[in-house]
Design a protein around this ligand. Structure first.
Ligand code: SF4
Length: 172
């Protein structure tokens, strides 16, 4: 099953933005307003249409969508050169993709009350030097902050990233 089919089966709606297709699922949205604040005019839930891709470049739209901490907003951009990192609560992980190819993940156990356990982080050695593993842990940390959860890292790499960054220490 392709990512598009997987997301549509989960209830995501597709929105055309030229080169990029935005996928949105209200059931995942925590209404924290990150996307609205990140790029004025791009998203506005009080407006119809709520998404206006004409105000931003494809790169900026992709950048703002990647800031979504809940996994409610995602995208497919055929021919994109960058690796994208997103939060996938349905898989209890953050995940990095090169197109449709999974090139890294940071796995969680999210069923432990107010604490998410970080069990494992890995990235494809073929993508070494791109900071993917750190982006994966950062994505999990931002998701935990928005969901008001603490993190318990059982993965040494995640523990190092979370301990070294003062912005993340409050989550431990
Ligand atoms: S950034 Fe994501 S979770 Fe936050 S309001 Fe936008 S869609 Fe919802």
């Amino acid at each position: 099953m392709s990512k598009r089919e997987e997301w549509e089966a989960l209830g995501f709606e597709a929105y055309d933005a030229g080169e990029l297709t935005l996928y949105m699922n209200d059931d995942f949205c925590t209404h924290n307003g990150t996307c609205v604040r990140a790029y004025p005019g791009l998203f506005n839930p009080k407006r119809t249409p709520w998404f206006d891709p004409s105000v931003a470049s494809t790169e900026d739209i992709a950048r703002v969508i990647e800031m979504c901490p809940s996994g409610a907003m995602r995208y497919i951009w055929e021919g994109e050169k960058r690796v994208r990192v997103m939060f996938e609560p349905e898989n209890q992980r953050s995940a990095a993709y090169d197109g449709e190819k999974l090139v890294g993940f940071c796995q969680l156990q999210m069923d432990e009350g107010d604490v998410w356990i970080v069990t494992h982080t890995e990235s494809d050695p073929a993508y070494a030097g791109q900071g993917i593993a750190k982006r994966l842990v950062s994505k999990v940390a931002n998701a935990a902050r928005v969901a008001q959860k603490k993190l318990s890292p059982r993965c040494n790499y995640a523990a190092k990233v979370l301990t070294e960054d003062p912005a993340f220490r409050e989550l431990l």
